[in-house]
Unconditional design. Structure first.
Length: 70
């Protein structure tokens, strides 16, 4: 998933504005911008971290449930 978030925007970068809007105000107007590569990298790293946390949590819960079954 993290790789897709990195590769997909780079594959269509010629069709995206530079810089990209990353934040909007309450009226829907963009008021924060960033370069495509930074947005793709931050998104990929965030998803990778979330997956690591999820997998570690899942593994700990599985180990605890197996230890409790003994």
């Amino acid at each position: 998933m993290a790789v897709v978030l990195l590769v997909a925007p780079l594959a269509i970068r010629d069709r995206l504005p530079d810089p990209l809007a990353i934040h909007w105000d309450l009226s829907g107007a963009p008021n924060g911008f960033g370069p495509l590569i930074l947005i793709a990298l931050v998104s990929s790293v965030a998803v990778a971290i979330a997956w690591v946390v999820f997998l570690r949590t899942y593994r700990v819960e599985m180990l605890q449930s197996h230890a409790g079954a003994m």
